[in-house]
Design a protein around this ligand. Structure first.
Ligand code: ADP
Length: 473
């Protein structure tokens, strides 16, 4: 099994790594810069000293023997600037013309004299000493002599080396401290996540009222907490909806089942006559029809909740669909003496969706309109195409809906006070199913109603583009 390090360990390791890399590169740059500056300063001093000494040396070299020259240099150079004694002069054969006592111990080899005036600079190490040496050539009496002047950098280099060694010693300690610091910091930074995990872990279906503590920091942690809380909120709403739905469904089924039971008990009673039993059976049949309707609605809602509308992107002609719905409801309308009319364009009105689901929706609206309109009233279906959408409208001159009920009629199992309503009111699931179908089609289902005057249900759907123009003609 592959083990990955914890995020805290990895963050601390990254933190330490980056810190060490920065400290090391800064240290290296600083070390190199100080070293370069020390050498550059020494070079400048050497150059100026050489420039000062060149005329003097040149003057001494003319017409003198080597032995005399040594004496000359010894006598005159001791008065030169400090360090000036680090001087050696050699002839073209590499023999020493002069070597100051102080430079001798460094054993700096003589350079072959080059072009007169040419200058080279070099860093020479001898034992623990570091010297910066400038070499130049001086022409006198037809000979070219090599002159070497040196300056000691031992002090600066030793200080630099001591600094470097101390830094190298301190580095592991700094790394360990920064790792510990990083580990502690990451722990602190991740503490809210830990807390969220603990809270989220204790959330179950029965404790969906709990929320994680999202720090108000405006960062990823807050977004994580807010997202988790929004998710729990949705879950909470979903679970509550399912619980309510189940409780309502059970309650709804209790009445018909209770009626079935008492009817059956009456029919089975020893003193029940044949007529009683016949009437009981008729009752049972009516209740069974009622039960089937409720179960059909429940199943349709459950399917709709699960997004199971078959072929939501089929081409549907709302015109023929409305006509089919009207034909379905006509017998009921006739029985209730309601004038059912429809006013639709003569061309197809195309939308995208599920034909079965949309037919169900329009039938629910028409069924309600007929159910809640007293005899002699009117129900009108109209269809109209507009620039972007299609409007299907069901108007009735029925009992209307009280303003207090209006916001609730699309809720499951909600039934407005049906005083005065025509008999045969349903289970309160019709409009909930209608809205669920509308939502699945990205359509809007609205209602306007005036109690005692009638209601208007409007379904707005996006028109199928290429068809809508021809339909508007
Ligand atoms: P139901 O099965 O009771 O008709 P619905 O969900 O279809 O359930 O409707 C919910 C409630 O909205 C109804 O009980 C009724 O009070 C009210 N309602 C629906 N349509 C109309 C209408 N056209 N006129 C008056 N009231 C209506």
């Amino acid at each position: 099994m592959r083990h990955t390090l914890s995020i805290r360990t990895r963050l601390a390791a990254w933190y330490t790594g980056v810190l060490i890399a920065i400290v090391c590169s800064l240290g290296a740059m600083l070390y190199a810069a100080v070293r370069r500056t020390a050498i550059a300063d020494a070079d400048a001093v050497l150059r100026s000293r050489l420039a000062d000494m060149a005329p003097f040396i040149n003057g001494r070299l003319h017409g003198r023997h080597a032995a005399e020259l040594a004496h000359e240099f010894e006598t005159h150079l001791s008065g030169l600037a400090p360090g000036g004694t680090l001087l050696q002069v050699s002839d073209p054969q590499g023999r020493w013309i002069y070597q100051s006592a102080s430079i001798r111990s460094y054993e700096i080899s003589a350079t072959a004299p080059g072009e007169a005036g040419a200058v080279t600079l070099a860093t020479v190490r001898h034992g623990g000493a570091v010297l910066r040496v400038i070499s130049s050539s001086i022409r006198a009496d037809g000979h070219v002599y090599a002159v070497q002047l040196a300056i000691s950098l031992t002090g600066q280099f030793q200080m630099l080396d001591r600094l470097r060694d101390t830094a190298l010693w301190l580095l592991p300690i700094a790394a360990a401290l920064s790792w510990l610091g990083g580990y502690w910091l990451c722990g602190r930074a991740l503490a809210p996540v830990d807390e969220m995990v603990t809270t989220a872990g204790s959330i179950s279906a029965s404790r969906l009222d709990l929320r994680v503590n999202a720090p108000r920091t405006g960062d990823e942690l807050q977004r994580l907490g807010d997202t988790l809380n929004a998710m729990i909120e949705r879950l909470d709403r979903g679970v509550r909806r399912i619980t309510d739905f189940t409780a309502n469904a059970a309650h709804e089924l209790r009445t018909p089942v209770g009626i079935l039971r008492t009817t059956a008990e009456l029919a089975l009673h020893e003193r029940a006559t044949d007529e009683d039993r016949k009437a009981a059976l008729a009752n049972v049949e009516a209740e069974a029809v009622n039960l089937t309707a409720i179960l059909d609605s429940l199943m349709a809602l459950a399917r709709s909740d699960a997004g199971e509308h078959e072929g939501l992107s089929a081409d549907v002609d709302l015109n023929t669909l409305a006509e089919t719905a009207v034909r379905r409801i006509s017998p009921l309308a006739r029985t209730r003496q309601i004038d059912l009319t429809w006013n639709v364009p003569e061309v197809p009105v195309m939308v995208r969706g599920s034909r079965g689901a949309l037919l169900g929706l329009v039938t629910i609206l028409l069924d309600n309109a007929v159910k809640y309109t007293p005899a002699g009233g009117q129900v009108k279906v109209s269809l109209e195409t507009r620039i972007d959408d299609v409007l299907l409208q069901v108007d009735d001159t029925g009992i209307g809906i009280a303003p207090d009920d209006l916001p609730h009629i699309f809720e499951r199992f909600y039934r407005a006070d049906r005083t005065g309503a025509a008999e045969g009111g349903g289970s309160g699931l019709g409009l909930a199913l209608a809205r669920s179908i509308a939502d699945a089609h990205n359509a809007r289902l609205d209602v306007h109603s005036t109690p005692g005057a009638g209601s208007t249900f409007q379904l707005r759907m996006a028109a199928r583009r290429n068809q809508s123009d021809s339909v508007r003609s």
